[in-house]
Unconditional design. Structure first.
Length: 297
């Protein structure tokens, strides 16, 4: 896709689309009376529908060349319904996107479900909002083991306290590409002790060569954020994973609660300005192309 003259092309590796009028899809977190368990009141983003046309309207002057949709429907009995809807949406989308689908890796019919997802050409991997101590659950472990043979990756929601377990999971499945979401989704961005624990967790997880770090969700729990406030978090991720294993994402439209789309793009470009041109290119677009196996052309 062509981008605006002067804007650097990038792939946004974390966006969410939804349609609350869809007869089969469930979005409990977007219900009128729902309060997000971590973010609190998210009413300002609760539109009836947010799709790739809406994303393009906000991002078309920023250099956006493609996106990765990550599971938005939660609790839908058949998770493949979301994949089917997204595939239909992609056919007329103004911006190309790929799909990280929703899937319970502990489901008794997980192999059949994965094969149904994989039948849709845009699917590249899955996200499973595991519950409890899922990273050491044998059923979850077995589900992760099914991904590599299907050329599917894992988008991982993991707090820093569990990154040691995630490192062990990655070691047991070295043939599976794992992407840490939202730099570990920090719950507290002001406590020095929390930051120290998070740093240690990131350093531990980065030891696994098959794990990548998605520098996304930078606005969450950071009302009034500044570039300098983000710097120590972003710099530590890049130092530990290296420019070759870092990706950029916005978590759109959730992070609209705290800034505009262009603000996040500008902030990330400012934070990586000290790296070489090739390293910047890798973090903005090349790594995303490789991890999510972007189609040629």
């Amino acid at each position: 896709m062509n981008t605006v003259a002067g804007a650097r092309a990038f792939i946004d590796t974390h966006v969410h689309f939804w349609d609350l009028k869809h007869p089969e899809l469930t979005y409990g977190w977007l219900a009128p009376d729902a309060i997000h368990p971590i973010l609190g009141n998210i009413d300002p983003i609760k539109s009836v529908r947010f799709d790739s046309t809406a994303l393009w309207a906000e991002a078309r002057f920023t250099g956006l060349a493609g996106a990765v949709h990550v599971q938005a429907a939660v609790g839908t009995p058949d998770p493949v319904v979301e994949t089917a809807w997204l595939s239909e949406l992609a056919a007329t989308s103004p911006v190309p996107f790929l799909i990280v689908a929703s899937q319970d890796l502990t489901a008794t019919d997980v192999e059949a479900q994965l094969d149904r997802h994989r039948a849709y050409p845009l699917v590249r991997g899955i996200r499973d909002f595991g519950t409890g101590d899922f990273l050491v659950d044998p059923a979850f472990d077995a589900g992760v083991g099914l991904l590599a043979e299907r050329e599917m990756m894992l988008d991982l929601d993991c707090a820093w306290q569990d990154m040691g377990k995630a490192r062990e999971l990655a070691g047991r499945h070295e043939d599976v590409v794992i992407v840490l979401e939202h730099i570990g989704y920090p719950r507290d961005t002001t406590d020095p002790d929390y930051f120290a624990g998070w740093r240690e967790g990131i350093s531990t997880l980065a030891q696994a060569p098959n794990v990548y770090c998605k520098i996304s969700g930078l606005g969450m729990n950071r009302a009034g954020w500044t570039i300098e406030g983000l710097r120590p978090w972003v710099e530590h991720c890049i130092e530990q994973f290296g420019p070759g294993r870092c990706l950029f994402g916005t978590n759109w439209p959730v992070d609209r609660l705290w800034a505009s789309y262009g603000d996040y793009v500008d902030a990330f470009e400012t934070l990586i300005a000290g790296y070489s041109a090739d390293e910047q290119q890798a973090m903005l677009i090349d790594n995303a192309r490789a991890v999510y196996r972007w189609p040629a052309g």
